[in-house]
Design a protein around this ligand. Structure first.
Ligand code: AMP
Ligand code: MG
Length: 410
């Protein structure tokens, strides 16, 4: 059956409406830097030291004075000591002298140049250098990476592993970040059974809470899982009240399509302000968005693929905005479709596929079997969405399509 509906909401407009309604959370907390991975910086982080703190050698070799480099031929310098990383040579280096130096060792007084060990000849305590050396080579200057007082990160920065290392290199052990977001979710449906209970006729296992748990966990959201809620007004109202108590965001799945939305709608009319939309997209047509008490509310459709698509397209960007950093753009790549893809104009579609780079260095994508919104396998086997725009009326084998690799959704 065609579910095209001319009164549908444009997916992009729905996304803009959602983002426009969302305010970032303002509470912060101080955490040890190991807990700051994937968190958002909430203060100016400045360096109180030079990095590196001392001018040091970038190579294993010999520390010399640049003025000792001969202009022609070669020159002999006398070896007077050794500088190790963490164990400096404290003496001064005079004319025609040198110090054996290891990578990372502080440059001895008077020296400014390192000659790589491969470029010298050694006999006893004399080394021979040639005129090809350059003054100041192979030396890392104090403050070269970061100078004392430099601003390193500003509020809004989402921290990745290299950022954490950089903060550690400044000797900073604790920083202020935006507090973790708290999400509460539950599934609705009389047909849903929890793992461990055998299925009776018409029952299915609740998978949506597990995909939601996974998608939220990997972006660092704290979770309150309220389980399966039966399709009665009382149960739904109680669940909404509990969910909105402590959460920044409440997410439900199921119960927002025309058939069974009524009591969810009824409950939400009592507790909050919520819009029920028919979004011109597949999967993921029914969607509810608004507020329940102080929490933002997303009512996602029940079908397992729809839950994931609407989460990635709507919820994740909203969470990023609440956490105070810019939504990450999804990587979009042109690929050749090796599958025929059926589609009706009038809605955008997020079909699922696997892509790879072929022997001619071109991206090729094939769809992952049947594309029904209840077939989670089509998502599980896939490594990308195949995005088909509103006006598309299907794709023939060999046509170009736009793909969105899942890697960019993390
Ligand atoms: P609904 O939007 O409640 O009409 O649900 C649409 C379809 O998704 C139905 O086939 C449901 O059985 C299925 N569904 C709803 N919730 C879940 C869930 N938590 N896990 C797996 N499938 C679900
Ligand atoms: Mg239902």
């Amino acid at each position: 059956m065609d579910d095209y509906d001319p009164s549908s909401m444009d997916a992009q407009i729905a996304q803009q409406h959602i983002l426009h309604s969302i305010n970032p959370i303002t509470q912060t907390e101080s955490v040890p830097i190991r807990e700051a991975l994937n968190r958002v910086v909430a203060e100016n982080i400045r360096s109180t030291i030079n990095v590196p703190s001392h001018t040091n050698s970038a190579m294993d070799g010999y520390a010399i004075r640049g003025i000792d480099i001969p202009s022609t031929e070669t020159k002999q310098l006398k070896l007077v000591g050794t500088a190790w990383a963490g164990r400096p040579y404290y003496g001064a280096v005079n004319d025609n002298q040198c110090v054996r130096i290891m990578t990372g060792a502080a440059m001895p007084e008077n020296t400014d140049t390192v000659v790589m060990q491969e470029h010298v000849r050694i006999s006893n305590d004399l080394i021979t250098i040639d005129s090809k050396q350059q003054a100041n080579q192979n030396v890392r200057q104090a403050g070269e990476d970061i100078a004392e007082g430099d601003l390193v990160f500003t509020p809004g920065k989402l921290l990745n592993p290299s950022n954490i290392g950089l903060i550690a290199s400044l000797g900073i052990g604790e920083i202020k970040v935006v507090r973790k977001l708290r999400a509460a979710f539950f599934s609705t449906g009389d047909e849903l059974v929890s793992i461990g209970t055998p299925l009776e006729v018409g029952q299915i296992y609740d998978s949506n809470r597990y995909t939601l748990w996974s998608m939220l966990t990997r972006i660092g959201v704290e979770i309150n899982d309220l389980g399966v809620v039966r399709d009665t007004p009382e149960a739904v109202e109680a669940a909404f009240l509990e969910a909105s108590e402590n959460a920044d965001i409440v997410i439900t799945s199921g119960g927002v399509s025309v058939g069974d939305a009524d009591f969810v709608k009824e409950t939400l009319e009592k507790l909050g302000q919520v819009n029920f939309w028919k979004v011109a997209m597949k999967p993921g047509r029914p969607l509810a968005f608004g507020k329940v008490k102080d929490a933002y509310f997303f009512g996602l459709p029940g079908n397992p693929v729809s839950v994931m698509v609407t989460f990635y397209i709507f919820v994740q960007a909203a969470i990023e905005k609440m956490m105070g950093h810019e939504p990450k753009p999804h990587i979009q790549i042109q690929a050749t479709s090796n599958s025929e893809l059926r589609k009706r104009p009038g809605r955008v579609e997020y079909q699922r596929g696997t892509y790879h780079l072929n022997e001619n260095n071109q991206y090729v994508v094939v769809k992952t079997g049947e594309q029904g919104s209840g077939i989670l396998r089509s998502m599980s086997d896939a490594n990308c969405f195949i995005f088909l725009p509103m006006e598309s009326s299907g794709i023939s084998k060999g046509d170009k399509v736009e793909i969105w690799p899942f890697d960019s959704f993390v």
